[in-house]
Design a protein around this ligand. Structure first.
Ligand code: GDP
Length: 305
C-alpha cells in the first residue's frame, strides 16, 4: 500500500490537484463541475474515451440520486472511476498461486523493446519463487543479444534457471527447449520472453503464433497467460501500442511499468477500460520488489489521497 502511494506520487500530485480544483467549493454537480472534471481527467492522461465514459456515469448517477453534496462528490467520483476498470476474473495470482490443473503454468511475455519486459519477467520470477514455486525462464527474444544477456542477469539475481540459445537462433526452438526442460525438471512456472519488434506486424503475428504452437506441442492448453507489458510513462502512446498489440495477438493480461516518476499514471485507467483486459501488475521501480499486484480499488483510492 505504501509502495503504491509512493509509486504513484507524481500522478497523484497532478491528478488530485486537478480533480480538487474541478470540484472546489461545489456542493452539487452542475454543468461547470462536469466540464472541469472532464478537463482534469483528460489532462491527467485518462484519455478522451474513458473520460467521456466516466462523465456519463457521473451524470447518470447524479440524475438518479438528485442531490449530491460536496463531501459525497469525491466518493462518487472514485466509485465511478473504479467502475470503468475491469477486474481480473481469476484471483489466485494475487498470491502467486497457480491453478492445480495447470502445471507447468506457462506465461508468454510480449511487448515492444524498452518497455520493461525483461525487468518485469525478473520481478515475476522472483515473486513466484518467493511463493515457493519452481520457475524456469526462456529467452526466446533471440533478435537482440542484449535481451538474452539482460534476462540471464535476472535469472542469476533471482536464482532461477534460464534456457537460451545463440543470438539469431529460432525463437520457436528456444521455446520448445524451455518447455522440455520445464517438463524434465517438473517446474511449476515457465516464463518465456519474446521479441518485441520484428520487421512488421505480420511477421510479429507469425512469430508469436509459431511460439504458441510450439508451446502447445508440449502442453496443449498453454500458454495459460499472454502478458503484454506496457510503459506507463509514455501516456497515451501506451494505449496506442496496446491496441496495436491486441490486434496482433491474443493478450490475456497487462503489466504497466514505470508508473513511478511519471504524472501520466492516469493512462492505466484508459488502458484498462478501453481494452477490457485486466491489468494484473504495475511496475513502480527498477528493483526486484517493485512489482505490485494491481487492485482497482487500491489504485483509485491511492489517486485520491
Ligand atoms: P525491455 O527492453 O522491455 O526488456 O526493457 P528492460 O526490462 O530492459 O527495461 C528498460 C529500462 O526500464 C531499464 O533501465 C529498467 O530498469 C527500466 N524499468 C523497467 N521497469 C521499470 C519500472 O517499473 N520503473 C522504472 N523507473 N524503471 C523501470
Amino acid at each position: 500500500k505504501e509502495s503504491l502511494d509512493q509509486g504513484l506520487q507524481k500522478t497523484k500530485e497532478t491528478f488530485f490537484s486537478k480533480i480538487t480544483k474541478a470540484i472546489a467549493g461545489k456542493s452539487s454537480v452542475d454543468e461547470e463541475v462536469l466540464d472541469n472534471l472532464e478537463e482534469a481527467l483528460v489532462s491527467a492522461d485518462v484519455g478522451i474515451e474513458t473520460t467521456i465514459q466516466i462523465i456519463k456515469r457521473i451524470e447518470a448517477r447524479v440524475a438518479r440520486d438528485k442531490y449530491v453534496g460536496a463531501g459525497e462528490l469525491n466518493k462518487l467520483l472514485q466509485e465511478e472511476i473504479e467502475a470503468v476498470l475491469v477486474e481480473a476474473p481469476e484471483q489466485g495470482y494475487r498470491n502467486f498461486e497457480i491453478p492445480a490443473d495447470k502445471k507447468p503454468y506457462v506465461i508468454l511475455v510480449v511487448g515492444v523493446n524498452g518497455v520493461g519486459k525483461t525487468t518485469t519477467i525478473g520481478k515475476l520470477a522472483h515473486n513466484y519463487k518467493k511463493a515457493g514455486k519452481q520457475v524456469i525462464l526462456g529467452a526466446a527474444d533471440t533478435f537482440r543479444a542484449a535481451a538474452v544477456d539482460q534476462l540471464t542477469i535476472w535469472s542469476e539475481r533471482v536464482g532461477v534457471p534460464i534456457v537460451k540459445q545463440a543470438m539469431g537462433s529460432d525463437p520457436g526452438a528456444v521455446a520448445f527447449d524451455t518447455m522440455q526442460s520445464a517438463m524434465a525438471k517438473g517446474a511449476d512456472v515457465v516464463i518465456i520472453d519474446t521479441a518485441g519488434r520484428l520487421h512488421n506486424k505480420a511477421h510479429l503475428m507469425e512469430e508469436l503464433g509459431k511460439i504458441k504452437r510450439v508451446i502447445k506441442k508440449v502442453v496443449p492448453d498453454a500458454p495459460h497467460e499472454v502478458l503484454l507489458v506496457l510503459d506507463g510513462s509514455t501516456g497515451q502512446n501506451a494505449l496506442v501500442q496496446a491496441q496495436q498489440f491486441t490486434a496482433t495477438t491474443d493478450v490475456s493480461a497487462l503489466a504497466i511499468t514505470k508508473l513511478d516518476g511519471t504524472a501520466k499514471g492516469g493512462v492505466v485507467l484508459a488502458i484498462a477500460s478501453q481494452l477490457k483486459i485486466p491489468v494484473k501488475y504495475i511496475g513502480v521501480g527498477e528493483k526486484i520488489d517493485d512489482l505490485l499486484i494491481f487492485d482497482r480499488h487500491e489504485f483509485v483510492d491511492s489517486l485520491f489521497k
